[in-house]
Design a protein around this ligand. Structure first.
Ligand code: MN
Ligand code: MN
Length: 296
């Protein structure tokens, strides 16, 4: 890894820490999710970075991939997962925390379990370690707290402008003997009092560009070019398109989707509607060193 690359990853991690600290101040019960998301977007911009994906504000049984739409009326409540991505020149920091807005003992225990699962994974992490062993450490830690990990959500390797690249990091014991290599990883266990699996739910209004190609309509083409330039292959959301182009932008987005150029992420919902907590950090493996960029 080049020094310049390393520096940008570190910087993205430092900014992510500041945004997380800010999010912890503003995420309160009954505050509109749209207000929280817009404030977080603004904070990222003020700090001189860009989002690597739209902030996820997923509540209770929704494990991931909820971001408010431009006209969303929902407010913060329950167990909310705040998942933030920061990029500098395509170098990404990906980090999340969970907060209980219901003063629920069960929620607090779930949050603790996800954190302990993450600590166990980070402790074990290192070049040459089998990924199955990482998963086993996470599963053991979460089960000790009386919950189960979500098995079909994984951590992931990160490359430049590529959020989910290469290796996946399991959150339960597997027989995978693939070994960790030098690189950047997001480690993100989810704990639940449900079945330990998620299914696809409603559309999220989060997309990423998947295919080359064009659209016939002039205005839609303008929106498509904007998406290419602003987000490259990283995820974006309809809220951002609305902020730039208004409701015409939403129509254009639909045309781009219909032309088959986008992946539309579904919300991910716990199979038994169990409550889900998440904890996440980004870690760089470089020789014998491990640097958690999103933690000081
Ligand atoms: Mn994340
Ligand atoms: Mn992630």
């Amino acid at each position: 890894m080049k020094q310049e690359e390393f520096d940008k990853l570190k910087k993205a991690g430092e900014i992510a820490q500041k945004v997380i600290a800010y999010a912890k101040e503003i995420v309160k019960k009954e505050v509109p999710l749209l207000e929280i998301a817009n404030k977080i977007d603004k904070k990222i911009e003020e700090l001189g970075a860009r989002p690597a994906f739209p902030v996820n504000l997923s509540i209770n049984e929704v494990a991931a991939h909820f971001t408010p739409n431009f006209n969303d009326q929902k407010v913060a409540k329950g167990l909310i997962k705040v998942d933030i991505g920061i990029q500098i020149d395509g170098y990404v920091a990906d980090t999340a925390f969970s907060i209980d807005l219901d003063n629920s003992e069960e929620n607090k225990k779930l949050i603790e379990a996800a954190k302990i699962g993450l600590d166990a994974a980070l402790e074990k992490f290192g070049v040459g370690v089998e990924i199955g062993e990482i998963g086993a450490a996470v599963e053991e830690a979460i089960k000790e707290k009386g919950f189960v990990p979500v098995r079909n959500l994984t951590g992931h390797q990160i490359k430049r402008f590529d959020l989910h690249a290469g290796m996946s990091i399991p959150s339960y014991a597997t027989s995978q003997t693939e070994k960790l290599e030098e690189g950047v990883y997001a480690v993100e266990p989810f704990s639940t009092n449900g079945a330990g699996r998620v299914r696809d739910g409603n559309p999220s209004n989060i997309y990423h560009l998947t295919n080359e190609g064009n659209v016939r309509d002039n205005f839609a083409r303008k929106v498509l070019n904007f998406i290419k330039e602003e987000y490259s292959s990283l995820p974006f959301c309809s809220r951002w398109i609305y902020n730039e182009f208004g409701s015409k932008g939403i129509l254009a987005l639909r045309q781009i989707e219909q032309a088959g150029l986008l992946h539309h992420y579904p919300q991910l919902v716990e199979m038994n509607r169990g409550i889900v907590a998440q904890a996440e950090h980004t870690i760089i493996l470089k020789g014998n060193e491990k640097i958690i960029t999103t933690k000081n």
